[in-house]
Design a protein around this ligand. Structure first.
Ligand code: NAD
Length: 475
């Protein structure tokens, strides 16, 4: 298994080092050792990326949309042939298991394909009776900033719809996990994306975003990351009124009702919660259980959490790898200490594993007081809180008692409870007896402090279009 150890910038159709040859280290979270480097763009590199994206804009936006779609479908095919190596690279950098990384690449491939297949339909004029129509038009150059937790699929969810819509992109990949951006950009290049249409930069995030968003060349900002950074970026984007798509944090509840089938609910929660060591924006983090089921649920959930096999991500027996970086370990320590200081009880887990690597075991907290930070700050790690409830109204109130509004889940077959929960839960996505929900063909986006705008489905492409209203056609 070979891994590239130095990743470059891709500007105006060429791979190259930063103009001052600056690099940043890439760390293997399973060993905490530096194993590679990534180029760190200078202001002059960013200026070139902006200029090349702008130069390519007219030709790309006026290219027949059918051809843009075909390029995306071809890129999907190329990426699929590279997926085994790409998944290995991702696993080494990020810490997720090979199986998780492989699954992520499958979703990235599907996303490229879906947007390629639907590009033509989504750029077609929309008639509004005999005299009027709406003409979708590409907004222009996109600045896309993507994080390290799902670097492959989240890049695909930004690049594919932007390119389908006819917009050039300057992508800032995650410096901690650069290979995904490199593999996807390579697939696009081989598929025939012209020079300048996709540019890839890495570097100091705050410098890159400040520089790119201060340019009037950039027309759209699309970002996935924390709410705090999302607000800073939206503030920068306000100066040029760049359109924003912000996929920010989450703190997702699961409501387990009295009729829930625990044989279904517990494995579903365990599997989705501990995927990617809990570092998913829509991972469940607060479990609310009907009091009649509470003890039984807690004992099954604790058993399931204890059974998860933690280990090196390239070991096929491993079910959960390390966390991605030292910041997450510090965050786990801080949140758990705060909860315990306020009287919470640790049912399992609770301390870092005593070995090299950023390993944190699945952790379950009970008796967590309402003011504990773990109930308010996005945990973004393998921590679950479990609490009982007596009525559906109380469960909804507790579920909504966070500033986030990304995803919510519940388990019941009772029609009244279903209706009340679907209507009452404040979240961009609600899933019933099921814990996934992000797909290439459907819009996904948060409410409240989880952001605004949509990725996925038709809306994902519309995020990069203006809708020109044309009146008086029959006159
Ligand atoms: P962070 O907010 O500093 O960084 C998150 C991502 O945003 C990183 O990829 C980073 O490179 C990028 N980023 C940071 N500052 C930026 C800037 N000024 N301009 C452009 N990009 C910038 O936090 P972190 O410690 O890396 O991650 C932890 C927190 O981030 C979590 O608590 C979680 O809330 C959030 N996060 C959310 C998602 C998500 O899927 N919504 C993904 C990753 C991280």
């Amino acid at each position: 298994m070979s891994h590239a150890t130095s990743y470059e910038l891709f500007i105006n159709g060429k791979w190259r080092a930063a103009s001052n040859r600056a690099t940043l280290p890439v760390i293997n979270p399973a060993t905490e050792k530096v194993f590679g480097s990534v180029a760190s763009a200078t202001v002059s590199d960013l200026g070139e990326a902006l200029a090349s994206a702008e130069r390519s804009r007219k030709a790309w936006s006026s290219r027949p949309v059918k051809e843009r779609g075909e390029i995306l479908v071809a890129a999907a095919r190329i990426l699929a042939t590279k997926a085994v190596d790409a998944a290995n690279d991702l696993s080494v950098e990020q810490g997720k298991t090979i199986a998780e990384a492989t699954g992520e690449y499958a979703r990235a491939v599907e996303t490229l394909k879906w947007n390629g297949t639907h590009a033509e339909k989504l750029s077609a004029p929309i008639p509004l009776g005999p005299n009027r129509m709406i003409v979708p038009e590409p907004l222009g150059v996109v600045a896309a900033f993507t994080p390290w937790n799902y670097p492959a699929v989240l890049i695909a969810r930004k690049l594919a719809p932007a390119l389908a819509a006819g917009c050039p992109v300057i992508l800032k990949g995650a410096e901690e996990t650069p290979s995904a951006a490199v593999h996807i950009v390579e697939a696009l290049r081989h598929a025939g994306v012209p020079d300048g249409v996709v540019n890839l930069v890495f570097g100091v995030p705050v410098h890159i975003s400040r520089h790119l968003l201060s340019s009037s060349i950039v027309k759209v900002l699309t970002f996935t990351g924390s709410t705090a950074v999302g607000k800073q970026l939206a503030t920068l984007a306000a100066n040029n009124l760049q359109r924003c798509v912000l996929e920010l944090g989450g703190h997702s509840p699961v409501v387990v009702c009295a009729d829930a089938d625990l044989a279904q609910a517990v494995p579903a929660i365990s599997e989705y919660k501990f995927e990617c060591a809990g570092q998913s924006c829509n991972a469940p983090s607060r479990i609310l259980v009907a009091r009649t089921l509470y003890q039984e649920f807690l004992s099954r959930m604790t058993e399931a959490a204890r059974k998860i096999k933690i280990g090196p991500p390239d070991d096929p027996a491993t079910e959960m790898g390390p966390m991605a970086n030292a910041r997450r370990i510090e965050a786990m320590q801080r949140l758990i200490q705060d909860a315990v200081d306020r009287g919470a009880r640790i049912e399992t887990g609770g301390t870092r594993l005593d070995q090299p690597g950023f390993y944190w075991p699945p952790t379950i907290l009970t008796g967590v007081p309402k003011d504990a930070k773990v109930l308010h700050d996005e945990p973004f790690g393998p921590i679950l809180t479990v609490a009982p409830f007596d009525t559906i109204e109380e469960a909804i109130e507790e579920a909504n008692a966070t500033e986030y509004g990304l995803a919510a889940y519940f388990f019941t077959d009772a029609a009244n409870a279903k209706r009340a929960l679907i209507d009452g839960l404040s979240a961009g996505a609600v899933s019933v007896n099921y814990l996934k929900g992000v797909s290439a063909d459907a819009p996904y986006g948060g409410i409240k402090q989880s952001g605004y705008g949509y990725e996925g489905g038709d809306q994902g492409v519309r995020s990069f279009q203006s809708l020109k209203m044309v009146n008086g056609l029959g006159s």
